[in-house]
Write a protein that binds this ligand. Structure first.
Ligand SMILES: C[S@@+](CC[C@H](N)C(=O)[O-])C[C@H]1O[C@@H](n2cnc3c(N)ncnc32)[C@H](O)[C@@H]1O
Length: 285
């Protein structure tokens, strides 16, 4: 009898409640498996891809993620950030341009990646992002320049070991907090031995730049009103303001060196290479 009652409770109360709760979580824009689903829990249709287009499509402004106010500024900023990256890589001994396997992790609307085919012909180019709407736009419009896939905030890359010659992330480790170590280990896994990881971070120079050259930037205004930032900006190892994929993460030079040292050596870095962010060139040990 008791077993029958508990089975009834399980069937009639527990399971429907769980299903309802799971349904609620799954329908969130950022879902339980941590990515931004396309159109929430609605049905959707993606048109066939027009493979004959040869224009230079520009994403809708809301997909620019704040990079520029005009199409010229948006496109120009991507070209500029790729040039700065390739120059810094060349200064640090990586100047291969042909037949490379390259991953742009957190590619957004492919602002940088859209320029990579012209710079690295015959290469296998990939753009990943947790935001499915950006990935669909990229696939529809820039699918002839790179491969794209939606991934999750969980530190997993859907590639085999030692696949890539170059992984780069523009302003992504500035938003990864507790999972930074796990992401570094995962990126190291998919890089060939001796291959390059280029990333941009917030560090002491960023704090400096946000107090001077960039003091009217919305991020500077936001941070300068934040008590945790103000109390710790002059002395920190890792400083995290806000949480999850919208956190603002800062590293001291020393802390960052220790963070990457299990798998990477630091080849070089450049302050204010990506706006107020510092670019760092790492080589997989
Ligand atoms: C500030 S935007 C930079 C976009 C692009 N890298 C650029 O330079 O134009 C950060 C991007 O990283 C994505 N992102 C954040 N965390 C991520 C993760 N763990 N894996 C993949 N993408 C991530 C966000 O969805 C967003 O598109």
């Amino acid at each position: 009898m008791i077993a029958k009652v508990s089975k009834w409770i399980q069937f009639k109360i527990v399971e429907p409640t769980m299903k309802k709760r799971l349904g609620r979580l799954m329908s969130n824009q950022t879902s339980v498996i941590k990515y931004m689903s396309y159109k929430g829990d609605n049905d959707y249709v993606i048109p066939n891809i027009d493979k004959n287009r040869n224009d230079d499509p520009i994403p809708p402004k809301e997909y620019w993620l704040g990079y520029g106010n005009t199409p010229e500024e948006y496109i120009g900023s991507g070209k500029e950030d790729v040039k700065i990256m390739l120059d810094l890589l060349a200064e640090n001994g990586y100047s291969e341009r042909d037949n490379q396997a390259v991953l742009d992790l957190g590619c957004g609307g492919a602002r940088m990646l859209r320029n990579m085919k012209a710079n690295m012909p015959n290469s296998e180019l990939w753009g990943l992002d947790i935001d499915a709407k950006l990935i669909y736009w990229n696939k529809q419009n820039l699918g002839d320049r790179a491969n794209f896939a939606t991934t999750t905030l969980i530190p997993h890359l859907p590639f085999s070991d030692e696949h890539f010659n170059l992984v780069y992330t523009g302003s992504v480790f500035t938003h990864i907090d507790d999972l930074a170590e796990a992401w570094l280990l995962e990126i190291a896994r998919v890089l060939k031995k001796g291959a390059i990881f280029y990333l941009t971070i917030h560090d002491e120079s960023t704090v400096q730049s946000l107090a001077t050259t960039y003091k009217s930037h919305p991020l500077a205004v936001f941070l300068h009103e934040n008590p945790t930032y103000n109390a710790n900006k002059d002395n920190f190892g890792m400083l995290v303001i806000g949480r999850d994929n919208i956190s603002q993460v800062f590293y001291s030079t020393e802390y960052f060196k220790d963070l990457v040292s299990p798998r990477f050596e630091i080849l070089g870095k450049k302050a204010n290479a990506y706006g107020y962010q510092t670019a760092v060139v790492l080589r997989k040990k």
